[in-house]
Design a binder for this molecule. Structure first.
Ligand SMILES: [Ca+2]
Length: 417
């Protein structure tokens, strides 16, 4: 495809009207996309690992990647669902890819994510809609996650590396890494982006075990983080505070039509009730109590007077829901897989920095301890290079895009695609 056809194809897919600020945000990516068409192997390859439905926004992360894939911004090669029952989570992903018109994005079922430690029933918000299990697009068996990683990474040319997005347990990556020599990993992996966190010990990154995705299988998180550090493969951890600083207003849930939009809203209400109830009655981890709810979900800075006031009063669910934000943890990390040049065009990254250039970022925009970390470096107090307002806008635009997919609209009307 020549640059003129690419541009007209790209413009035709922008899911907003010409002249709107949303349209302009997409348009801003064009110079980079057109420039990179002149270079070989210039579309970034992405593979993701997530646990859709266990929490709310692995689904959003997957939507962001499918959308950018269909726009030609990246090449979304595959997606691995882990955590028991990973086959049902994979069916969910295949359904989503079908509805988004990107069935070519391969889906695999991964490990249980906890090394066999976790045995629990599904939560009341989790995989409750399984009507899609027996649909035509879910008839074939899945390949397993290890095989998909092998198929994607071991068949990639060294000049066209793959970026990996991890928004759940590190177990699948750990098992795959253990079967590969240093040279293969170094030559095939461009970077690893995870939702979670690092701490720096003796100048080397170690997983922050208060981050859920590290805690599911701490040995696996430690193995992957240490090996990436030793091999000097770039890796960025997007912390929960980034999602809190760029949290979406819950109103966006009401503006997402189509079956996927409806499902995201349905899931959010139930999941938020669980988080609210658990935080007040039985915190999943000691630090996930009422303070966490106020800071991360309601966006109230810990050092404010309001924080202390609300903390000392009863918090009814309706009051919580009215003030609650939607921190899109995994979707923020998904945007972090984009190359710095695109992030700069979108106004998310400062013009003069790249995530690969700055080492550890301690971000300070009204919240404390906000980190985006890059594995090679020391724990320094650099100013944030991330513009949260723009990250938030972009998340909204990419999520809103779900509404325009024709297959989704047809399905909603009950017409067989
Ligand atoms: Ca997740």
């Amino acid at each position: 495809m020549n640059t003129a056809s690419f541009e007209s194809c790209f413009r035709s897919k922008i899911p907003f009207s010409f002249g709107t600020k949303e349209y302009s945000a997409y348009e801003a990516m064009l110079p980079v996309l057109l420039r990179r068409m002149r270079m070989p192997h210039s579309i970034p390859n992405i593979v993701s690992l997530g646990d859709p439905e266990q929490d709310g926004d692995d689904q959003l992360a997957d939507i962001v990647l499918c959308h950018l894939h269909s726009m030609g911004v990246l090449n979304y090669m595959g997606s691995i669902a882990n955590h028991h029952p990973s086959d049902k989570r994979a069916n969910f992903l295949r359904t989503q890819h079908f509805l988004l018109g990107t069935p070519e994005v391969l889906v695999a079922a991964g490990t249980d994510g906890t090394g066999g430690r976790e045995h629990r029933a599904l939560y009341y918000h989790e995989l409750q809609n399984q009507t899609f299990d027996d649909q035509e697009w879910n008839k074939n068996d899945h390949i397993d996650g290890h095989r998909l990683l092998h198929q994607i990474l071991n068949n990639t040319t060294t000049s066209n590396k793959v970026s990996i997005l991890n928004t759940s347990s590190f177990q699948d990556l750990s098992e795959y890494f253990k079967t590969q020599d240093d040279q293969t990993l170094r030559e095939r992996i461009g970077k690893v982006v995870s939702q979670g966190g690092y701490k720096i010990e003796y100048g080397l990154p170690q997983p922050d075990l208060t981050a859920m995705n590290n805690k599911f299988n701490p040995e696996a998180a430690t193995y992957v983080t240490t090996r990436l550090g030793k091999l000097n493969i770039p890796s960025d951890a997007w912390g929960k505070q980034v999602a809190a600083a760029a949290a979406l207003d819950r109103d966006f849930l009401k503006t997402l039509p189509g079956p996927l939009g409806y499902h995201i809203g349905w899931l959010a209400d139930r999941k938020d009730y669980k988080y609210y109830f658990d935080a007040l009655h039985q915190p999943f981890m000691p630090h996930l109590g009422k303070e966490w709810l106020l800071e991360i979900y309601m966006g109230i800075p810990r050092d404010s007077k309001e924080f202390q006031e609300i903390l000392s009063q009863p918090l009814p669910f309706q009051t919580f829901l009215k003030a609650a934000k939607y921190p899109a943890y995994d979707a923020c990390a998904a945007i972090g897989t984009l190359d710095p040049e695109i992030l700069r065009c979108l106004g998310i990254l400062e013009p003069s920095t790249g995530l690969g250039q700055v080492q550890t970022h301690r971000l300070d925009k009204g919240c404390t301890n906000i980190y985006v970390q890059e594995s090679r470096g020391k724990d320094t107090d650099l100013k944030s290079p991330i513009f949260f307002a723009n990250l938030q806008c972009q998340l909204r635009y990419f999520q809103a895009a779900v509404a325009i997919f024709e297959d989704g609209r047809r399905l909603q009307k009950g017409v067989k695609p």
